[in-house]
Design a protein around this ligand. Sequence first.
Ligand SMILES: [Zn+2]
Length: 666
Amino acid sequence: MRLAAGDVDAAVVEFERARRLRPTAAGPLHWLGCAAAHRGDLAAAERHLTAALACAVPHRRTLIQRAYVHARAGAPEAALSDLRAASRIAPLDDEARWVMAALSGRPAREVALRLRKAALQGLMSERGADPARECAGRARAGALVDAARGLDPEPGGFVPLHAVVLVRGGRRAAAVELLHEAARRDPTDHRVTHTLALALLNSPGGQRGPEWERCIAAWASVLHDAGFWERARATASRRYGVAVEASLVPALRAGLREALERRMPDDAGTRVAPGPLLQREADAAKLLAAVGGFPSAQGGGVPLFCGPLRIAELGRSAEFGAFAAAQEARALHTGAAHTAAQQAHALRANGFHPVEDTPAALPPGATAAVTGHPSIDPAAGAPPMYTSLTYAFSELGFAQLLLGLGKPGDALAALAELRCPSCRARGGPGAAAVCEPDCARFDELNPGYAGLPDRHRRLSLDARGLALEARLSMGRDELTADRPDFTAAAAYWRRALVHSRELDRYRETQTAIVDMALGAARAAHYEGRLTRAVATLEATRSVIGANERGRLEGQLARVLADRGISVANEEDGPLDQPAADLRRSVAFNPHLLRTQVSLGIVLRRLAAARWGSGSLSGARDTLREAIDQLTAALEHFPDDPDLEDQREAAVADLDHVMWQPDESER
Ligand SMILES: [Zn+2]
């Protein structure tokens, strides 16, 4: 017991005493040999053990102990012959077997197998022992598994178990390495990936950036691996004795993801903070899972579910580029309707509310344009933005994610710098925001574009496309804000239009902006916020070219007329503003009879007010304007009785006013 506890000196005193008492017994000699071996005195150990073997009834483990002493003393032949002799007496234990396999030059794989078996056997036999012995047993098992790792890269099933043995034996780094190697060999084994993810997440502080990236890559992979969740369900069912429904998985997944996001440090020396990095990685994995995963082997194989960090880590960027391009081509081919459905699905998954889910308080057109989704039209040949694997598996993924979350400002900030640190250092400010075509890290950072002939140009164009969408969204957000800033909205749109020219999407973008503004204006009009509607349309008109202005001006004519009429109808309200609104309305659209009649009435009332306040010349001018306007209106609406009446009344008014003495004569 003293020997086991490490108190060798005290143990030796006891053994010596026992030998003096029973000089012919093997036991005391055996233990004296063990104690000497413990101290490293191999010659003494061999002497004691040989003497013990000469006794009438030798201890059953003396041969094996002497074999170990021979092995340590560099006498493999002697060790082997002892082990062979021992194996003839009784079957060897796992520990002796691996020593024998190693000494007799058995293949490395066999030795490794025996080492691992001995490790597990040792752990089992030390279970429930006192803490010091259990701890020593764990360390020993860890050492054996670690030694096996050096001999034989383990192919399969027991990697997670052996990793746990390593971690428990205080060899976390070795465990992580073992798991990494196994994950590289078979990235689709979610048990290995999950153990790796756990080992990395729980590694004590001081992890560097690349380790966090690997940790995030592994977790994102697990989150969207159906096999992992199936196993989690089965395990939970067994443990709690209840069926765990598949319908619970989305909630469990969201919970796990949130828990992970909380565990991420704010700054870990990664290029992007771990929190957003995990979000991008998990979202990309989700998109990949939605198309059935990435074939793990050429021409098929078990599908792999993961994000771009893992693709890069596995060195599969080039293949992935081709895969993503093929997926995109297929999505476009399947037709706009199907793609739109997919996109709507993705939007919903991203927390967007599709048109049909919004309350029908607004006119349908307004709703569609105000909640307006990205204007990229699948039928027009561009990929559906929120489901694009190419975007998600690139540096654009962050901006894509933020746009999806309704944070266009943050998305724009994320687009400002898409280069790796060395390209940034080379390019300096003002250079293109994407990595140079010859950048060695391009494919690693942008697997979605890897291997494409014009990948650099395409990435820049797609970045611009996202910037365009972000500017459009920011403009829309400004219009629908509680306190809209119309100048700011117009500025966002001007920038969007600049991008659109570069992308050859100018007309399309103009149409999108006009649709959005008309929708917002219609919604404001419907709510009776006429001034807001007018400002929306005017701000938009200031950035839109002549070809799209017609639609805005038609709407502006109606809103101005409504505002003019409604203000004019207020009791005792001043009439200059309504008159100005109605004049502009008529100028934009002379074909609105109601506006023409109303302008005539308002001008006559304005003339009366001017006369009343003592300005005869003002009254005359206004009445002349009314007659001219009504005369012009009658050309659009010949013989209209209301217009005729107003014109006659205006002429009579003017006659009456002309007969009045001038204010200068009064
Ligand atoms: Zn670069």
